[in-house]
Design a protein around this ligand. Structure first.
Ligand code: ATP
Ligand code: MG
Length: 426
């Protein structure tokens, strides 16, 4: 059994404490809700610190997505302090304190577990199954993943407490795992995805020792529940850094553990030459930067398209009519995929619609075109069609026609139909 024995000799046992002159004043940047929770913990006789992503992001001048708090109060003690709170969590018990739409996550300090502990469990290959061993502040640091995620902010004296050289790594733009990377990845393989995600999001470099074991340990992701992998995949592809995340994942041989169907072709071809996928990712990132909404179904439809097409041709060669072939190919692609990622039904339905509408773009009679245009999924399907035009001039012409169709008025639209030779393609 492998255990998380972090060799602390590489680190100082005393923390470096940065004052506000060095790390700045956080108060105005922490949400009112998070401040309230920390203040109340402190008043209740406990210690409460801001930790993790929020400290990291504030130090980098970014707006934190959410606020995580670490405390020496036990979960039941936290619950007793806040009426608006509840205990959650299977892998470890944490408390959610709710303020309107904002949820503050409060976690009790935990220790890196050891073999004799009854509350920490690892599987035979070193995976952490449960880690509910409470610990002291200085224990909590070592069970965190990266040095830049193991910084604690104390509102009482506006200090940043750093046991692991996290501030130094932040300043050098480095993602460094705490402890031995291979052991830490085996404990929780999702850390490999997190390394790629933070490198993409922050535009940081992963240290060679944390980067090099990933491709040979990537297979460990097969043991992660499809629900957790889906959550991670959303964070990877819906946060505005989808393109760099994708490149990092492919480079480290991780992508196929998220979307294995179709990755056969993907790995053989140069993945960075896959214009269709790359432009979809870039478009998604651009939309998020412009403050527009993105539907995760769109990228899923893109990732699975080539596989679906392979099945589709196969069914057609087998003599099935186009419509049935398409339905079968969609079913087959999606049912294989959801074994890997628990993609919710509402998204797989949208994926199917985007695919199904593709053939209808070819049928340009006034009536059919109008019906398609009124379809609730028209916009996504049209965007998908435009992306596909990287694959050929015919599709480009079709995409251009539909672009015009949307731009012109009723009378001009009539002329548009006059100009085309109507294609009846399936
Ligand atoms: P963001 O919220 O921007 O995605 P984050 O760093 O806050 O980034 P969370 O998933 O919210 O990420 O986790 C909060 C903190 O909990 C992390 O900063 C890290 O210290 C710790 N943590 C989260 N997941 C793991 C993990 N798999 N292994 C070890 N520590 C983890
Ligand atoms: Mg967070």
């Amino acid at each position: 059994m492998r255990m998380s024995e972090i060799d602390k000799s590489n680190y100082s046992t005393e923390p470096v404490v940065y004052g506000k002159d060095e790390c700045g004043e956080f108060q105005g940047l922490i949400s009112r809700a998070a401040l309230t929770v920390i203040e109340k913990l402190n008043k209740g006789g406990y210690n409460g610190y801001l930790v993790g992503g929020a400290v990291r992001d504030i130090l980098l001048g970014k707006t934190p997505k959410d606020f995580d708090i670490a405390t020496d109060a036990r979960p039941e003690q936290v619950v007793a302090l806040f009426k608006n709170s509840r205990l959650i969590g299977r892998r470890f018990r944490i408390v959610h304190v709710r303020f309107g739409r904002e949820i503050i996550e409060v976690a009790t300090f935990r220790a890196a577990h050891n073999q004799s502990s009854a509350s920490a469990k690892t599987s035979t290959d070193g995976q952490l199954l449960r880690d509910n061993v409470y610990g002291r502040f200085e224990d909590d640091v070592w069970r965190r993943d990266f040095t830049i995620n193991a910084l604690y902010y104390d509102i009482r004296d506006s200090s940043v407490i750093d046991y692991v050289g996290g501030v130094r790594d932040l300043r050098s733009n480095i993602i460094r795992l705490i402890g031995d990377p291979e052991v830490r990845y085996r404990e929780d393989p999702v850390r490999m995805l997190r390394a790629i995600r933070f490198a993409a999001k922050l535009n940081f470099k992963i240290t060679p020792s944390a980067s090099s074991p990933i491709s040979s340990l990537a297979y460990l992701l097969q043991e992660i529940s499809p629900a957790r992998l889906f959550d991670e995949s959303l964070k990877l592809f819906s946060s505005g850094y989808a393109s760099d995340s994708y490149k990092g994942l492919v480079e480290h041989d991780l992508f196929r553990y998220l979307y294995s169907v179709g990755s056969g072709e993907l790995n053989q071809a140069d993945p960075f030459d896959n214009k269709f996928v790359l432009s979809a990712l870039e478009n998604t990132d651009r939309r998020i930067k412009d403050g527009k909404s993105v539907n995760p179904a769109f990228l899923i439809a893109v990732f699975l398209w080539s596989t679906m097409q392979l099945h589709y041709s196969e069914y057609q060669r087998g003599g099935l009519p186009a419509r049935v072939a398409l339905l079968n190919a969609s079913d087959r692609t999606i049912s294989a995929q959801i074994k890997q990622l628990s993609i919710p039904k509402r998204l797989t339905l949208a994926v199917r619609e985007i695919w199904e509408l593709q053939s209808r773009f070819f049928k340009r009679t006034p009536k059919r075109a109008n019906r398609l245009y009124c379809h609730p999924r028209f916009r996504a399907a049209y965007d998908f069609l435009v992306l596909r035009s990287v694959d050929g001039a015919d599709l480009k012409a079709l995409g251009d026609w539909w672009t015009l169709y949307q731009e012109v008025d009723e009378t001009q639209r009539k002329n548009l139909f006059g100009e085309i030779e109507i294609q009846q393609r399936h």
